[in-house]
Design a protein around this ligand. Structure first.
Ligand code: 2BA
Length: 107
């Protein structure tokens, strides 16, 4: 068994969750915060048989979209830090980890 851990943009999370349910996959949804932008995102934990990992990843890929976001920046000008031009970053689609599950019990 594998555990798929997927960090997903908040705006895509409902579509991904619904598609997983439709595909017959169970998931747990955690409200998380990205360490860089400090913006809310959603992390899904999905326990699946190894044979189904690609199907799960395909579902996530299909429903997750990348977005451009501007973040404020600062420049150092000798006397301190001053506001600079905003910097564009591309966020997502999704960040996906697949890890081995040593033991799975559902009691
Ligand atoms: P954040 O950490 O808030 O990152 C949001 C976006 O900011 C990233 O998009 C990336 O484009 C940019 N970014 C992140 N760290 C950066 C840095 N040190 N310098 C410049 N730009 C940086 P994504 O790569 O699509 O990541 C989206 C979210 O997925 C992340 O939100 C984080 O919550 C998670 N994530 C990404 N990579 C991860 C990793 N290696 N481990 C754990 N979580 C990760």
């Amino acid at each position: 068994m594998k555990l798929v851990i997927a960090v997903i943009n908040r705006d895509d999370a409902n579509a991904v969750s619904q598609a997983l349910v439709k595909g017959g996959f169970s998931s747990t949804r955690l409200a998380t915060t990205g360490g860089f932008l400090m913006a809310g995102n959603v992390t899904l934990m999905i326990g699946v048989e190894e044979a189904n990992v690609e199907e799960v990843i395909d579902i996530i890929k299909t429903r997750s979209h990348s977005r451009k976001q501007f973040i404020p920046s600062t420049v150092e000008l000798g006397h301190g830090h001053f506001p600079g031009a905003p910097v564009e970053v591309t966020v997502g689609g999704a960040t996906i980890f697949v890890v081995d599950v040593e033991r799975f019990e559902h009691v």
